[in-house]
Design a protein around this ligand. Structure first.
Ligand code: ATP
Length: 353
């Protein structure tokens, strides 16, 4: 059952069509991330859900109610922004109480909710501090508590972690996910960081040029990217250029290697170029166990990262990145070394444009 429904949503600023026919349904309690490059329109969609931006056309409904004509404060939505946006002249407790004061809740209820929220973000002992006396991560937890205090039916998070340093970012994203699951609150999280989106979402919407390019679980988005854009944006996948050699038999030419794919290339013609995706973890050096395809290449980059060694092998025009596990008994191959790499043809995915 759809709890939040976005249907044929469009937004133009002058002649600039920033959001184009954006469609999405979100179930109650789901955590959905909008993932896409800067300027693709993800914040604009979020701002339309919040009511800060009016759609050019389309429908946004929450729990069956069309909210497009409602003001932000009538939508029962909590929002956290990239910049902490706490009131600097209010204490932590006063910041968290703000929305409840505006809606004129009784003092006993406000006090109880503030205590509950500070407990939730593990800052019960810092209620009397001012924002400037907190770290960035603590300020963002207070912003989250403030957004949740009014018990909103939807939580919107607009790049809430991007101003924090890497270590805090990882711990706070886990905390956000844990709180979201505990409360069962329907959440949209905007990010341009694929690792962030993959690690905490129930589903990811990959946004490109104002459209939902692909919607799926992190597992699906990573393993079955629907287009070249998704494959290159969602991180570490190898995107390779091949040439169709025999469409019916599913044979492609990859830098002079004839490779038979797991399925025929219906709709393609001999000589046509096509893009293929290959996950780094599906490729090995030297070992051919369980692999039906082996090609020769030259190592052109080696990064020792500790437990894994990220290696790039050139086949010609194409480069394939792969991760080798560290083996203390044998040093990794060096640059310029010729190697044989293996993978299973079924792991080569044909990408649409
Ligand atoms: P970022 O990650 O950089 O925030 P985004 O995907 O969230 O990017 P948006 O902020 O939604 O992108 O912006 C999408 C496009 O809309 C951009 O080209 C931006 O310049 C334009 N835009 C956003 N708000 C306005 C506005 N109020 N007036 C005119 N153009 C705008």
């Amino acid at each position: 059952m759809a709890f939040l429904e976005i249907s044929h949503l469009q937004k133009s600023f002058g002649t600039n069509k920033v959001v184009q026919d954006f469609n999405l349904t979100i179930k109650k309690g789901e955590f959905v991330s909008f993932l896409g490059p800067s300027g693709c329109g993800k914040t604009t969609v979020l701002r339309m859900v919040a009511g800060f931006e009016i759609p050019t056309s389309g429908i946004i409904s929450i729990d069956g109610q069309d909210v497009v004509n409602l003001k932000p404060n009538q939508r029962n939505i909590g929002m956290v922004f990239q910049a902490y946006a706490l009131f600097p002249n209010m204490t932590v407790a006063q910041n968290v109480a703000f929305g409840l004061r505006v809606s004129k809740k009784p003092k006993t209820e406000i006090d109880a909710t503030v205590a509950e929220m500070l407990d939730l973000i593990r800052l019960g002992h810092l209620g009397d501090r001012y924002p400037y006396q907190l770290s960035g991560g603590q300020q963002q937890r207070v912003a989250l508590a403030r957004a949740l205090a009014t018990k909103p039916q939807v939580l919107l998070l607009d790049e809430p972690l991007s101003a924090l340093d890497a270590k805090i970012r990882v711990s706070l994203r886990q905390e956000i996910r844990a709180i979201q699951q505990k409360l069962g609150i329907t959440t949209i999280f905007v990010t341009h960081d694929q690792e962030e989106a993959l690690s905490i979402s129930d589903r990811i919407v990959v946004v490109s040029e104002g459209r939902a390019e692909q919607i799926g679980s992190p597992f699906d988005i990573y393993n079955r990217p629907a287009s070249r854009f998704v494959a290159s944006f969602v991180g570490t996948l190898n995107v390779l250029e091949g040439k169709v050699d025999d469409a019916e038999a599913g044979v492609v030419d990859l830098d002079g290697n004839r490779i038979t794919l797991a399925q025929p290339l219906s709709g393609y013609k001999k000589g046509e170029m096509l893009a293929l995706a290959l996950r780094p973890e599906a490729v090995t050096i030297g070992r051919q166990n369980g692999h039906d395809t082996a090609v020769e290449g030259t190592i052109n980059d080696v990064h020792f990262l500790g437990s894994v060694i990220r290696t790039r092998v050139s086949l010609g025009k194409n480069n394939i990145s792969l991760d080798m596990f560290n083996d203390p008994s044998s040093p990794p191959p060096g640059r310029g070394e010729k190697v044989k790499i293996g993978f299973a043809a079924k792991d080569l995915l044909v990408l649409g444009e």
